[in-house]
Design a protein around this ligand. Structure first.
Ligand SMILES: Cc1ncc(COP(=O)(O)O)c(C=O)c1O
Length: 398
């Protein structure tokens, strides 16, 4: 039998997994990876107890809409469960093209490409176009998928202060005028709920000849006409080159999209490894997203209800003196400032039957440790009242 210290030296990666402090802490306190035993709309069951889901991204509440469910079922019956292949080779189907055309038309773009995850769409929206020697101007608070895209591109990155046109201008002032430049921002910042200051930011980007990429995972379905997103909200469709996003939020499916001019999308299809070497989205995923897209245009009540709920919820949090980081959207953080305050608050909400998610530094900037909550059009008045009671209780428990 091998001596244990030899074994250890031979398998340093196994030791890394076994000894990882963050994993040990996660397993000890078990704040993440809760597997719900049941779900019906915004009601879930966890450890045998019914809870109100207050942290999903089902903004329009379409994940249990009968038309969305039926569309997914019918697509599976017609096309099977999977394409089992990449779009480049054997995985392309008529329904992919239809969904892409519908999304492109909705967003006022020439073309669109859909992937199996928003993470892939957003990552490849950066990595496919920027390359070594280029300069990427990135908002400090962008999502992990965009940072991964930046890293893969091998471009030089310059960060600017979160949502600050002044800092962007200053940072750009130090970048060579000849450099090929890309701006990377979000439309609605997922943790903060902030809307990008798009008019000022795109004006500066244009002055400096930046190609612009905007991740609208949390703006799509929420802002703009019928939920067309942040760019539409400001009427600036011609000022942003690439809009990418997720289909796992307002579109009540899974997958992601990249929308842009035809030239840009065809370039992505030729050059993006994530697009070329990854399987196409499944029939039911595509059908559910398309049915949700239809509903966004035919049933305005979901968007109206989402905003009515959001206003009510924000007013309630304000009355309790809670810091919502000036969120302007249904993604509402409750900033508590340290993990010592976040944990009891989160536990108290759980105790009162409200499920939320903790976000602790370094996932958020130091001092901004928070409980992330998100409102859905599906939350009922009764649920909002229960949430208010739970919040009042949690405030006392801090
Ligand atoms: C801003 C942002 N971009 C991209 C993604 C990735 O989307 P998906 O979950 O569909 O992979 C997310 C999801 O959390 C997100 O918040």
């Amino acid at each position: 039998m091998a001596l244990s210290f030899f074994t250890k030296n031979k398998k340093p990666l196994l030791a890394r997994c076994r000894d990882d402090y963050a994993t040990k802490m996660r397993l000890k306190y078990a704040p993440y990876y809760h597997a719900m035993e049941y779900q019906k709309g915004t009601t879930v069951k966890l450890d045998g107890r019914e809870m109100i889901m207050l942290s999903s991204n089902d903004y329009l509440g379409l994940s249990f809409h009968p038309k969305v469910i039926e569309a997914g079922r019918a697509a599976m019956l017609k096309w099977g469960t999977s394409t089992t292949g990449a779009r480049t080779s054997n995985g392309s189907r008529a329904y992919h093209v239809e969904l892409e055309e519908r999304l492109a038309a909705f967003l006022g773009r020439e073309a669109c490409h859909v992937h199996v995850a928003g993470y892939i769409s957003c990552l490849s929206s950066v990595a496919s176009f920027a390359q070594k020697g280029d300069v990427i101007l990135a908002d400090k608070n962008i999502h992990s998928c965009l940072w991964d895209g930046i890293r893969l591109s091998m471009a030089t990155v310059e960060r600017f202060s979160h949502n600050s046109p002044d800092d962007l201008r200053e940072v750009l002032g130090a970048v060579s005028a000849d450099a090929v430049k890309m701006l990377v921002i979000e439309g609605v910042y997922s943790m903060e709920g902030h809307i990008a200051r798009l008019p000022e930011i795109t004006e500066i980007a244009e002055e400096h000849g930046c190609f612009s990429v905007l991740d609208d995972a949390h703006g799509f379905g929420v802002l703009g006409r019928q939920g067309r997103g942040t760019v539409d909200h400001f009427g600036l469709n011609d000022k942003v080159d690439v809009v990418c996003g997720s289909m796992s939020k307002s579109l009540a499916s899974t997958g992601g999209f990249v929308a842009a001019s035809r030239e840009i999308i065809e370039y992505l299809r030729t050059n993006s490894k994530q697009t070329i070497f990854s399987a196409a989205i499944s029939p039911s995923q595509a059908a559910c997203a398309q049915a949700s897209l239809d509903l966004m245009q035919s049933e305005p009540q979901h968007l109206e209800r989402l905003w009515a709920n959001t206003r009510k919820y924000r007013a309630m949090l304000k009355s309790l003196g809670l810091d919502t980081w000036e969120s302007e959207t249904p993604a509402v953080p409750i900033v508590l400032g340290s993990k010592e305050r976040v944990y009891p608050f989160w536990k108290a909400l759980l105790e009162k039957g409200v499920f939320t998610v903790m976000s602790i530094a370094p996932a958020v900037p130091a001092g901004k440790d928070l409980v992330r909550t998100a409102i859905s059009a599906m939350h009922t008045d009764e649920q909002l009242e229960k949430i208010a009671e739970a919040m009042a209780y949690a405030v006392k428990k801090m």
